[in-house]
Ligand binder design. Structure first.
Ligand SMILES: Cc1ncc(COP(=O)(O)O)c(C=O)c1O
Length: 253
């Protein structure tokens, strides 16, 4: 077998992602690797966190890049927030809403599905009716921009509704972050995930995730351990937040 380098042709990517990578990102990828405990690396993480907070328009302390694609961001939100027996209202108006439903079921949760036609945005009034029928639901899950059809839903109205009913929200912003306005704090969204290869024009393989203080509280008070070791954010919390400055202090001594 002959092994040769793969040299892709130049193409202009016009689909919903992956998108063309910004030249500065391509240049940055050719720089040397440093260790993950290098003080410079930790400083870079802090900067990355600040930039992601800006992109998400949030002050959430837990705003990180999960080292895996958007689907891992999705699973991060579901496996950490949904416990067996939890009721989750899932809005389904395309392919990615169905993936949310599947995540709920795999976490042992009960999915209450609110269907809308493919191509239409999520109906806020339908969701409100279903919330009234299921006051014990813990989470509302919806896709901000449903890539399979291009439909953008009213994340502000849905986030507000979730808060009014004392529910958390899980929001898929894989194709919306950087493409259309997404104001995580103003719209009171709790767990939002995205992908690097869409409107952010970076390489695939990273999933920006932000969790509100309310979502963090739910993770901290879980009864059952998170079934995924890799995506268990209680293990990651210390690394990206408080412990990072402790590591820097130790390394500088
Ligand atoms: C709305 C939406 N959610 C989730 C995903 C999954 O992201 P990834 O392919 O990075 O795993 C995609 C990918 O196209 C998407 O468009």
């Amino acid at each position: 077998m002959t092994i040769s380098s793969f040299v892709p042709p130049h193409r202009i990517l016009m689909g919903p992602g992956p998108s063309d990578i910004y030249p500065q990102v391509l240049q940055a990828l050719s720089r040397p690797t440093i260790g993950h405990l290098d003080p410079l690396f930790i400083g870079m993480m802090d900067e990355l966190k600040a930039l992601l907070k800006y992109a998400f328009q949030t002050e959430n302390e837990f705003t990180i890049a999960v080292s895996a694609p958007g689907s891992a961001g999705m699973e991060t939100c579901f496996v950490n927030l949904v416990e067996p027996g939890d009721k989750v209202i899932v809005c389904r108006n395309g392919v990615f809403g169905e993936r949310m439903r599947e995540n709920v079921v795999r976490c042992g949760g009960e999915a209450i599905v609110v269907d809308d036609e493919w191509g239409a945005p999520v109906s806020v009034s339908k969701v409100e009716t279903v919330m009234a029928e299921h006051p014990d639901a813990k989470i509302l899950a919806f896709v901000h921009a449903e890539t399979s059809t291009g439909a953008v839903s009213d994340a502000k109205a849905l986030g507000t509704l979730a808060k009014q009913h004392n529910m958390l929200s899980i929001v898929d912003a894989v194709t919306s972050l950087g493409g259309v306005p997404l104001l995580v704090d103003e719209w009171q969204l709790d767990a939002v995930y995205s992908g690097s290869q869409k409107c952010l024009s970076c390489v695939p393989g990273l999933s920006p995730v932000t969790l509100s203080p309310a979502a963090i509280e739910v993770i901290k008070s879980r009864q059952a351990p998170v079934q995924s070791w890799f995506l268990d954010q209680s293990l990651v919390l210390g690394y990206w937040s408080g412990r990072v400055s402790a590591v820097i202090t130790t390394l500088r001594q």
